[in-house]
Design a protein around this ligand. Structure first.
Ligand code: ATP
Length: 490
């Protein structure tokens, strides 16, 4: 059965996957908390990503940067000047909404953020404004000309009014990677081609948030910046596309719910050579294809920009305590020899590497894994709700039950659970009828339930019940760990 978003939201609340933030105070819009099962699921998604892009590769290393960075980072990256949405206000009720279809005066199109067009010249298309319906009062064509709305969250650093400086919460993790490119080259044995990977929180003051954890103001990203020699970038782009698509299907997403969408040339950021979205068929409204991850060929743009930014000599107090107001120095003529260049000793060649960037959202993929795993089926006239998670993502790997609370069964079951807990998440439950206990675990996505019963007392075997098929086999207790480890692909 196809999941509807409401089914997912209610299951998430009922079983402790995801709660509204600050719910006891009425909730905070577009902010969510991961509950006991949710945090396990999300950690598993992150672990699976890290395993695939770092642990199992020889050419990618990890990094964990601070969220607050030097403000010049955001000047050089272009975020300070261009990372904004255009918003329009309803003249009747003052509701502000994001204008999605933009073009600048040369007709260059931009569907989303104005990183594609300059804030000064961006205007909404006539068609968009005259047909726009206010989501609040329903008025048609009553919108003002769009105005830029900065997406970066601002804060102040420093205890005293005189020396405090405007800082920004990072809107993406990628810039911390570029800022550490030289550090990683100098401290490890990596050589181009290689990548740096990072998972971490990012913040965007989104105008319109959407669909549960799909678009929120605080979210987690998993990004790789893969540095390669110019001229090899197109091959690496294709390799990363294939690797990232396979990651989703290998972890249980049905291939028919996943597709690539290439960006049109006029949709590309000016520095990007190519960009493709991995899209998932989310159950919003009419079953919308929506971006899960973007994979871009960013050329040498970012490293070149940071080389420019590094040469800036202006101080914060000359710029109203906001360093993003400084003018960026021009690019030097010998930029390709700068500190963020790479020297290939074999080829005796110095260049600024090109960058392939697979940029995924952890919360968004967690939602996709939940939606894709959701199922309802009829079993003996009753509805069985289950989450068919890939074993590596399942929050709890095994649940252990004594059939009844007597004859030493609880003790044996406890011992089994405590032993398995050393290796993976395991849950002990002795309350209620065993059928009910199975159903609870099905709904939590637990792949295996182990039951200690009368026969266990005689031959040291327990029943192992498989979540998806509900098949049962008997396994001796000393074989359990190896049996489960193989099945769980751990
Ligand atoms: P969108 O247009 O959907 O806001 P984007 O194109 O701005 O996304 P990118 O800047 O390419 O997104 O960020 C890379 C990934 O980070 C996205 O594919 C998405 O999975 C995730 N992401 C971006 N913004 C958000 C958000 N507000 N909430 C949750 N995840 C996000």
């Amino acid at each position: 059965k196809l999941a509807k978003l409401d089914d997912i939201v209610s299951l998430c609340k009922r079983r402790g996957f995801i709660f509204q933030s600050s719910e006891i105070y009425g909730g905070l819009a577009s902010c969510y908390d991961y509950g006991p099962l949710g945090v396990e699921l999300k950690n598993n998604v992150k672990r699976a990503w890290w395993k695939h892009v770092v642990q199992m590769r020889d050419d990618v290393v990890g990094l964990d940067c601070s969220i607050l960075m030097h403000p010049l980072v955001w000047k050089a990256s272009g975020h300070a000047d261009k990372f904004a949405d255009l918003i329009s206000e309803c003249k009747k009720c003052n509701t502000r909404t994001r204008v999605d279809h933009l073009q600048d005066k040369d007709g260059k199109r931009a569907d989303e953020h104005t990183e594609h067009v300059s804030l000064d010249t961006a205007v909404a298309t006539e068609h968009d404004l005259s047909n726009k319906v206010c989501p609040n009062c329903g008025a048609v064509g009553q919108f003002t000309q769009p105005m830029p709305f900065k997406l970066m969250f601002e804060t102040q650093m420093g205890a005293n009014a005189e020396d405090s400086m405007t800082m920004y919460l990072r809107p993406e993790t990628a810039q911390g990677i570029f800022a550490n490119f030289r550090n990683v080259l100098d401290s490890t044995r990596v050589k181009v081609p290689f990548g740096i990977a990072q998972i971490g929180k990012s913040f965007r003051n989104e105008v319109t948030t959407k669909a549960f954890i799909f678009r929120t103001r605080e979210f987690e990203q998993a990004e790789v910046e893969f540095f390669c020699e110019p001229g090899t970038d197109e091959q690496w782009y294709e390799k990363w596309k294939a690797a990232r698509f396979a990651w989703y299907t290998d972890h249980g997403i049905k291939a028919e719910n996943l597709r690539f969408r290439d960006h049109d040339p006029d949709e590309l950021a000016h520095y990007a050579k190519a960009c493709v979205d991995v899209e998932y068929k989310f159950p919003f409204g009419s079953g919308d294809w929506q971006e899960l991850e973007g994979i871009a060929n960013r050329t040498d743009y970012d490293l070149r920009q940071h080389q420019r930014g590094m040469r800036s000599t202006t101080s914060w107090f000359e710029n109203g305590r906001d360093l993003t107001k400084v003018k960026m120095p021009d690019e030097s003529e010998d930029y390709h020899k700068g500190p963020l260049s790479f020297f290939d000793d074999q080829k005796q060649l110095r260049y600024i590497p090109y960058v392939i960037e697979p940029s995924a959202g952890i919360d968004r993929s967690t939602l996709a894994f939940l939606v894709d795993a959701y199922d309802e089926e009829e079993v003996k006239g009753e509805t069985r709700n289950l989450l068919r998670f890939h074993p590596s993502l399942a929050p709890t790997k095994a649940a252990v039950f004594p059939l009844v609370k007597k004859d030493g069964m609880p003790e044996i079951a406890h011992n089994i659970a405590n032993d398995l807990k050393k290796y993976f998440t395991c849950f002990y439950d002795e309350k209620g009828a065993v059928g009910r206990r199975y159903r609870r675990q099905d709904e939590a996505g637990t792949p295996f339930c182990l039951t200690v019963d009368g026969q266990t007392l005689e031959d040291h075997t327990v029943t192992v019940r498989q979540r998806d098929s509900m098949d049962q086999v008997r396994i001796t207790t000393d074989q359990l760990r190896t049996y489960l480890r193989d099945k769980l692909e751990m």
